[in-house]
Structures are given as C-alpha cells and as structure tokens.
Write a protein that binds this ligand. Structure first.
Ligand code: MG
Length: 159
C-alpha cells in the first residue's frame, strides 16, 4: 500500500453584495468572494492538496481561470473532477483537514454541512473530513474583512 500527503492554500478577496460559498455551502453574508468561478476558496485549497498529494500539479493547470467554461463554475464540480483524476491513478482520499480563516460571519453553524457535502463528493465518510474555522484576530486583510484564507492538508492511499 502506498501513501501520500499534500498541502493546499487559497485566498480570495471579498466584496459586498456577492454570494459567499465555502465548502460547497451557501453562507448568509453581506459580502462574498471575487472570483472567476464561484470563489469557493475551501474547495480550491482542497483540490490543490489532493492534486499535490498525487503529484498532479495544481488546480490552475487543470481548470484555468482564463477558460470561459469555468466562469461562475460551481466548485463542487471541480472537486468531483479532481477526485476523478485521482481515481484514474488509483488514489483514494484517506483524510483531509481544512482550516478556514475568515473574520465574519462565524462559520460554526455550517462546518458539519461542509463536512458532509465534501465527503459525499470525495466518496468518503464524513469522519474523514475535518473542517476548522477561525478568525485572524482582526489583524491584516483577513482581519479587516477584505479576504478569506484557507489551508488544506490531504492524505491519499493507493491499495
Ligand atoms: Mg480560488
């Protein structure tokens, strides 16, 4: 059995009047992500962690933001396509761990829905998906509510 580890990172600017979608979940907020796709920074960081673990480059290589077919794309579709790429190489998700850094709104009420949503797309049980959320203690661009940052770690197994 082979085993791999990957890291992912994503950040997006926030602007008033845009939808906020994180981990495949719509979150009520007065501001949302500025992006070519739906701006789901959780899924983007997760895809990079998964692709990194499989040494399959990065999300921008597979789904370029200059390609009109990805405009306003639901990022859950990108995650599904990423999992397909892994499965073509016989890689399966073992566990993922996500940290979302966002000043507001508080995400505690949405973490379990993100967990089950992401688990279903990755064909794993929810206990293999960890979602953590924190603020940046009012420091820097995250602290001023100008952006969101997500860090992701993933382990894959090949049976
Ligand atoms: Mg992104």
């Amino acid at each position: 059995m082979d085993f791999r580890f990957g890291l992912g990172y994503d950040s997006h600017r926030l602007a008033e009047g845009l939808p906020l979608v994180l981990g495949g979940v719509n979150i009520p907020s007065d501001r949302g992500c500025v992006a070519h796709s739906d701006g789901d920074a959780v899924i983007h960081a997760l895809c990079d962690a998964l692709l990194g673990a499989a040494s399959l480059q990065d999300i921008g290589t597979h789904f370029p933001d200059t390609d009109p077919q990805y405009k306003n794309m639901d990022s859950t579709i990108l995650l599904g396509k990423t999992v397909e790429l892994l499965e073509q190489k016989q890689w399966h998700v073992n566990h993922v761990d996500l940290t979302i850094v966002l000043e507001k709104p508080k995400l505690s009420a949405y973490k379990s829905l993100m967990q089950s949503t992401l688990a279903e797309i990755m064909h794993v049980s929810p206990d293999r998906v960890s979602v953590k959320a924190k603020t940046n203690e009012k420091m820097g661009f995250v602290g001023r509510g100008e952006g969101v940052v997500v860090m992701a770690a993933a382990t894959l197994i090949q049976k």
